[in-house]
Write a protein that binds this ligand. Sequence first.
Ligand SMILES: Nc1ncnc2c1ncn2[C@@H]1O[C@H](COP(=O)(O)OP(=O)(O)OP(=O)(O)O)[C@@H](O)[C@H]1O
Ligand SMILES: [Mg+2]
Length: 297
Amino acid sequence: MSKSFLERVKESNVKPVMKTTSNDNKQGFKTIAIVNNKGGVGKTTIAFNFACILAHMGKKVLVLDNDPQANASRLLQKDNDTDCYNMSRLYLNHEKAENIVEESGFSNVWIIPTSIRQEETEEVIVKRKDNLSCLNRWIKDNSKILLNKYSIDYIIIDCSPSMGVLNKNAYLASDALIIILGPDLDAINGLINFGRVYEDIYKKETRRDETNVKAVVLNQMNMDSLVSQVFLEQIQQRNYPYKQLVLDKIISYSDAVALTKAMGKPINILSQKEEYFTDAFGEMKSIIEILHDKEVL
Ligand SMILES: Nc1ncnc2c1ncn2[C@@H]1O[C@H](COP(=O)(O)OP(=O)(O)OP(=O)(O)O)[C@@H](O)[C@H]1O
Ligand SMILES: [Mg+2]
Protein backbone atom coordinates (compact mmCIF):
# COMPACT_ATOMS: atom_id res chain seq x y z
CA MET A 1 0.00 0.00 0.00
CA SER A 2 1.37 3.43 -0.87
CA LYS A 3 2.44 5.63 1.99
CA SER A 4 0.29 8.53 3.14
CA PHE A 5 1.54 12.07 2.72
CA LEU A 6 1.82 12.30 6.51
CA GLU A 7 4.10 9.23 6.59
CA ARG A 8 6.22 10.54 3.74
CA VAL A 9 6.63 13.88 5.55
CA LYS A 10 7.66 12.11 8.76
CA GLU A 11 10.20 9.96 6.95
CA SER A 12 11.60 12.49 4.52
CA ASN A 13 15.20 13.14 5.27
CA VAL A 14 16.62 13.50 1.80
CA LYS A 15 20.10 14.92 1.57
CA PRO A 16 21.05 15.29 -2.09
CA VAL A 17 24.34 16.94 -2.85
CA MET A 18 24.36 20.45 -4.25
CA LYS A 19 27.33 21.88 -6.07
CA THR A 20 28.92 24.64 -4.05
CA THR A 21 30.59 26.49 -6.87
CA SER A 22 29.11 29.68 -8.22
CA ASN A 23 26.95 29.59 -11.37
CA ASP A 24 28.43 26.73 -13.35
CA ASN A 25 28.51 28.31 -16.79
CA LYS A 26 27.65 31.93 -16.04
CA GLN A 27 25.26 32.07 -18.95
CA GLY A 28 22.47 33.31 -16.78
CA PHE A 29 20.79 33.57 -13.42
CA LYS A 30 17.48 32.31 -12.15
CA THR A 31 14.76 34.60 -10.88
CA ILE A 32 12.67 33.13 -8.08
CA ALA A 33 9.64 34.77 -6.47
CA ILE A 34 8.59 33.72 -2.98
CA VAL A 35 4.84 34.17 -2.93
CA ASN A 36 1.48 33.89 -1.25
CA ASN A 37 -1.18 36.56 -1.28
CA LYS A 38 -1.90 35.54 2.30
CA GLY A 39 0.15 37.30 4.96
CA GLY A 40 2.39 35.88 7.67
CA VAL A 41 3.11 32.49 6.09
CA GLY A 42 6.90 33.00 6.22
CA LYS A 43 7.73 34.46 2.78
CA THR A 44 10.28 36.98 4.08
CA THR A 45 11.79 34.55 6.60
CA ILE A 46 12.33 32.03 3.80
CA ALA A 47 13.52 34.57 1.19
CA PHE A 48 16.08 35.94 3.68
CA ASN A 49 17.33 32.53 4.79
CA PHE A 50 17.36 31.02 1.29
CA ALA A 51 19.39 33.98 0.00
CA CYS A 52 21.98 33.71 2.80
CA ILE A 53 22.18 29.91 2.70
CA LEU A 54 22.66 29.97 -1.09
CA ALA A 55 25.45 32.51 -0.56
CA HIS A 56 26.91 30.22 2.13
CA MET A 57 26.88 27.45 -0.54
CA GLY A 58 28.95 29.62 -2.87
CA LYS A 59 26.21 31.32 -4.89
CA LYS A 60 25.72 35.04 -5.45
CA VAL A 61 22.26 36.32 -4.73
CA LEU A 62 20.36 39.54 -5.33
CA VAL A 63 17.22 40.04 -3.23
CA LEU A 64 14.50 42.34 -4.54
CA ASP A 65 12.24 43.63 -1.79
CA ASN A 66 8.90 43.87 -3.56
CA ASP A 67 6.94 44.51 -0.37
CA PRO A 68 6.37 48.06 0.94
CA GLN A 69 6.41 46.63 4.46
CA ALA A 70 10.18 46.52 3.75
CA ASN A 71 10.82 43.54 6.05
CA ALA A 72 13.52 42.07 3.79
CA SER A 73 15.14 45.52 3.58
CA ARG A 74 15.31 45.73 7.37
CA LEU A 75 17.03 42.35 7.45
CA LEU A 76 19.46 42.95 4.60
CA GLN A 77 20.07 46.67 4.12
CA LYS A 78 23.21 47.89 5.87
CA ASP A 79 21.76 51.25 6.91
CA ASN A 80 18.03 50.84 7.05
CA ASP A 81 16.54 53.79 5.18
CA THR A 82 12.85 54.15 5.97
CA ASP A 83 12.40 56.56 3.04
CA CYS A 84 14.18 54.34 0.53
CA TYR A 85 13.06 54.65 -3.12
CA ASN A 86 15.32 52.06 -4.81
CA MET A 87 12.57 49.64 -5.87
CA SER A 88 10.37 52.59 -6.80
CA ARG A 89 13.16 53.93 -9.05
CA LEU A 90 13.36 50.51 -10.69
CA TYR A 91 9.65 50.52 -11.47
CA LEU A 92 9.15 54.20 -12.25
CA ASN A 93 12.43 55.19 -13.94
CA HIS A 94 13.80 51.86 -15.19
CA GLU A 95 16.87 52.89 -13.14
CA LYS A 96 20.16 51.12 -13.93
CA ALA A 97 21.11 48.27 -11.60
CA GLU A 98 24.35 49.89 -10.43
CA ASN A 99 22.39 52.89 -9.07
CA ILE A 100 19.97 50.86 -6.94
CA VAL A 101 21.69 47.56 -6.04
CA GLU A 102 23.25 47.77 -2.56
CA GLU A 103 25.61 45.46 -0.71
CA SER A 104 23.80 43.71 2.12
CA GLY A 105 25.28 43.06 5.54
CA PHE A 106 26.12 39.51 4.36
CA SER A 107 28.77 38.47 1.88
CA ASN A 108 27.63 37.53 -1.63
CA VAL A 109 24.12 38.87 -0.99
CA TRP A 110 22.91 42.14 -2.51
CA ILE A 111 19.62 43.92 -2.03
CA ILE A 112 17.44 46.36 -3.91
CA PRO A 113 15.70 47.77 -0.86
CA THR A 114 12.38 49.49 -0.53
CA SER A 115 10.26 51.36 1.99
CA ILE A 116 6.64 52.21 2.65
CA ARG A 117 7.03 54.77 -0.18
CA GLN A 118 6.53 51.87 -2.59
CA GLU A 119 2.77 52.10 -1.90
CA GLU A 120 2.69 55.33 -3.93
CA THR A 121 4.64 53.64 -6.74
CA GLU A 122 2.00 50.94 -7.05
CA GLU A 123 -0.66 53.62 -7.55
CA VAL A 124 1.34 55.23 -10.38
CA ILE A 125 2.36 52.02 -12.12
CA VAL A 126 -1.16 50.61 -12.17
CA LYS A 127 -2.26 53.45 -14.47
CA ARG A 128 0.51 52.85 -17.00
CA LYS A 129 0.23 50.87 -20.21
CA ASP A 130 2.27 47.64 -20.12
CA ASN A 131 2.12 47.88 -16.34
CA LEU A 132 2.70 44.13 -15.85
CA SER A 133 6.02 43.92 -17.67
CA CYS A 134 8.15 46.63 -15.97
CA LEU A 135 10.18 44.22 -13.85
CA ASN A 136 10.60 41.69 -16.64
CA ARG A 137 11.99 44.41 -18.93
CA TRP A 138 14.25 45.72 -16.15
CA ILE A 139 15.75 42.27 -15.54
CA LYS A 140 16.33 41.70 -19.26
CA ASP A 141 17.90 45.15 -19.77
CA ASN A 142 20.16 44.77 -16.71
CA SER A 143 21.09 41.11 -17.07
CA LYS A 144 24.55 41.83 -18.50
CA ILE A 145 25.51 44.10 -15.61
CA LEU A 146 24.04 41.71 -13.05
CA LEU A 147 26.19 38.94 -14.50
CA ASN A 148 29.34 40.92 -15.29
CA LYS A 149 29.54 43.20 -12.27
CA TYR A 150 27.92 41.09 -9.54
CA SER A 151 28.13 37.54 -11.04
CA ILE A 152 24.58 36.96 -9.86
CA ASP A 153 23.35 33.34 -9.76
CA TYR A 154 19.91 34.05 -8.32
CA ILE A 155 17.47 36.90 -8.00
CA ILE A 156 15.10 36.19 -5.11
CA ILE A 157 11.99 38.36 -4.92
CA ASP A 158 10.26 38.76 -1.57
CA CYS A 159 6.62 39.45 -2.46
CA SER A 160 3.98 41.21 -0.41
CA PRO A 161 0.73 39.56 0.69
CA SER A 162 -1.41 40.81 -2.19
CA MET A 163 -2.27 40.27 -5.84
CA GLY A 164 -1.37 43.89 -6.63
CA VAL A 165 0.31 45.06 -9.80
CA LEU A 166 3.87 44.98 -8.39
CA ASN A 167 3.45 41.37 -7.31
CA LYS A 168 2.06 40.48 -10.72
CA ASN A 169 5.24 42.03 -12.15
CA ALA A 170 7.31 39.78 -9.89
CA TYR A 171 5.32 36.66 -10.80
CA LEU A 172 5.61 37.30 -14.53
CA ALA A 173 9.32 38.18 -14.37
CA SER A 174 10.27 34.96 -12.58
CA ASP A 175 11.56 31.63 -13.83
CA ALA A 176 9.93 29.98 -10.83
CA LEU A 177 7.35 30.85 -8.21
CA ILE A 178 7.68 29.11 -4.88
CA ILE A 179 4.41 29.29 -2.95
CA ILE A 180 4.73 29.18 0.82
CA LEU A 181 1.83 27.74 2.81
CA GLY A 182 1.27 27.83 6.55
CA PRO A 183 -0.82 25.20 8.36
CA ASP A 184 -4.00 27.21 8.00
CA LEU A 185 -7.12 25.26 7.10
CA ASP A 186 -8.01 28.02 4.63
CA ALA A 187 -4.66 27.70 2.85
CA ILE A 188 -5.97 25.27 0.24
CA ASN A 189 -8.88 27.59 -0.59
CA GLY A 190 -6.30 30.36 -0.90
CA LEU A 191 -4.34 28.23 -3.36
CA ILE A 192 -7.48 27.54 -5.39
CA ASN A 193 -8.23 31.27 -5.57
CA PHE A 194 -4.62 32.14 -6.41
CA GLY A 195 -4.56 29.55 -9.22
CA ARG A 196 -7.85 30.82 -10.64
CA VAL A 197 -6.58 34.40 -10.92
CA TYR A 198 -2.95 33.70 -11.79
CA GLU A 199 -3.41 31.06 -14.49
CA ASP A 200 -5.53 33.51 -16.51
CA ILE A 201 -3.03 36.35 -16.13
CA TYR A 202 -0.09 34.12 -17.00
CA LYS A 203 -1.71 32.68 -20.13
CA LYS A 204 -2.84 36.10 -21.31
CA GLU A 205 0.55 37.76 -20.76
CA THR A 206 2.88 34.97 -21.89
CA ARG A 207 0.66 32.93 -24.25
CA ARG A 208 2.09 29.84 -22.56
CA ASP A 209 -0.06 27.10 -21.05
CA GLU A 210 2.18 25.74 -18.33
CA THR A 211 2.73 28.32 -15.59
CA ASN A 212 5.94 29.10 -13.77
CA VAL A 213 4.62 27.91 -10.38
CA LYS A 214 7.26 25.29 -9.58
CA ALA A 215 6.95 24.35 -5.92
CA VAL A 216 4.76 24.63 -2.84
CA VAL A 217 6.60 24.60 0.49
CA LEU A 218 4.81 23.93 3.77
CA ASN A 219 6.17 26.15 6.55
CA GLN A 220 5.47 26.61 10.28
CA MET A 221 4.44 22.94 10.59
CA ASN A 222 4.19 21.53 14.09
CA MET A 223 3.78 17.78 13.74
CA ASP A 224 2.61 17.52 17.37
CA SER A 225 -0.28 19.86 16.72
CA LEU A 226 -3.64 18.60 15.54
CA VAL A 227 -4.04 21.60 13.23
CA SER A 228 -0.87 20.67 11.31
CA GLN A 229 -1.91 17.01 11.18
CA VAL A 230 -5.42 17.77 9.89
CA PHE A 231 -3.91 20.25 7.44
CA LEU A 232 -1.56 17.56 6.08
CA GLU A 233 -4.49 15.16 5.66
CA GLN A 234 -6.36 17.80 3.69
CA ILE A 235 -3.29 18.48 1.57
CA GLN A 236 -3.31 14.82 0.64
CA GLN A 237 -7.03 14.29 0.20
CA ARG A 238 -8.37 17.40 -1.50
CA ASN A 239 -7.92 18.51 -5.07
CA TYR A 240 -6.37 21.92 -5.74
CA PRO A 241 -3.98 23.54 -8.19
CA TYR A 242 -0.25 22.69 -7.91
CA LYS A 243 -0.98 19.66 -5.66
CA GLN A 244 1.77 17.66 -7.37
CA LEU A 245 4.25 20.46 -6.55
CA VAL A 246 3.91 20.23 -2.75
CA LEU A 247 7.27 19.11 -1.33
CA ASP A 248 7.25 16.13 1.06
CA LYS A 249 9.92 17.84 3.10
CA ILE A 250 8.46 20.55 5.32
CA ILE A 251 9.84 23.46 7.35
CA SER A 252 8.92 22.91 10.99
CA TYR A 253 7.60 25.59 13.29
CA SER A 254 10.56 26.45 15.50
CA ASP A 255 11.76 29.30 17.66
CA ALA A 256 15.12 28.88 15.91
CA VAL A 257 13.59 29.96 12.58
CA ALA A 258 11.56 32.77 14.18
CA LEU A 259 14.72 34.04 15.86
CA THR A 260 16.42 34.59 12.50
CA LYS A 261 14.01 37.46 11.87
CA ALA A 262 14.08 38.70 15.44
CA MET A 263 17.91 38.67 15.57
CA GLY A 264 18.42 39.85 11.98
CA LYS A 265 20.79 36.95 11.28
CA PRO A 266 20.22 34.02 8.90
CA ILE A 267 20.06 30.47 10.18
CA ASN A 268 23.44 29.48 8.64
CA ILE A 269 25.24 32.16 10.68
CA LEU A 270 23.30 31.44 13.88
CA SER A 271 23.99 27.71 13.56
CA GLN A 272 27.74 28.38 13.40
CA LYS A 273 27.51 29.95 16.87
CA GLU A 274 24.87 27.86 18.66
CA GLU A 275 23.97 24.19 18.33
CA TYR A 276 20.39 25.23 19.09
CA PHE A 277 20.01 26.37 15.46
CA THR A 278 21.57 23.29 13.79
CA ASP A 279 18.36 21.32 13.12
CA ALA A 280 16.53 24.30 11.64
CA PHE A 281 19.55 25.04 9.43
CA GLY A 282 19.66 21.40 8.24
CA GLU A 283 15.97 21.45 7.43
CA MET A 284 16.13 24.71 5.46
CA LYS A 285 19.27 23.56 3.61
CA SER A 286 17.62 20.25 2.67
CA ILE A 287 14.70 22.14 1.15
CA ILE A 288 17.13 24.22 -0.93
CA GLU A 289 18.90 21.06 -2.08
CA ILE A 290 15.61 19.38 -3.02
CA LEU A 291 14.52 22.49 -4.95
CA HIS A 292 17.89 22.48 -6.71
CA ASP A 293 17.51 18.80 -7.61
CA LYS A 294 14.06 19.52 -9.02
CA GLU A 295 15.64 22.35 -11.04
CA VAL A 296 13.48 24.94 -9.33
CA LEU A 297 16.58 26.63 -7.93
N1 LIG B 1 9.24 28.02 10.41
C1 LIG B 1 8.90 29.00 11.26
N2 LIG B 1 8.88 28.75 12.60
C2 LIG B 1 8.53 29.71 13.48
N3 LIG B 1 8.19 30.96 13.14
C3 LIG B 1 8.20 31.27 11.83
C4 LIG B 1 8.56 30.31 10.82
N4 LIG B 1 8.47 30.93 9.62
C5 LIG B 1 8.09 32.20 9.86
N5 LIG B 1 7.92 32.40 11.17
C6 LIG B 1 7.49 33.63 11.87
O1 LIG B 1 6.20 33.96 11.34
C7 LIG B 1 6.07 35.37 11.27
C8 LIG B 1 5.71 35.77 9.85
O2 LIG B 1 6.81 35.49 9.02
P1 LIG B 1 7.16 36.38 7.77
O3 LIG B 1 7.21 37.81 8.14
O4 LIG B 1 8.35 35.78 7.15
O5 LIG B 1 5.87 36.12 6.90
P2 LIG B 1 5.47 36.81 5.52
O6 LIG B 1 4.72 35.81 4.73
O7 LIG B 1 6.66 37.42 4.89
O8 LIG B 1 4.52 37.96 6.03
P3 LIG B 1 3.92 39.13 5.12
O9 LIG B 1 2.87 38.49 4.28
O10 LIG B 1 3.37 40.11 6.10
O11 LIG B 1 5.04 39.68 4.30
C9 LIG B 1 7.38 35.97 11.74
O12 LIG B 1 7.26 36.31 13.10
C10 LIG B 1 8.37 34.82 11.57
O13 LIG B 1 9.45 34.89 12.47
MG1 LIG C 1 7.02 39.35 4.24
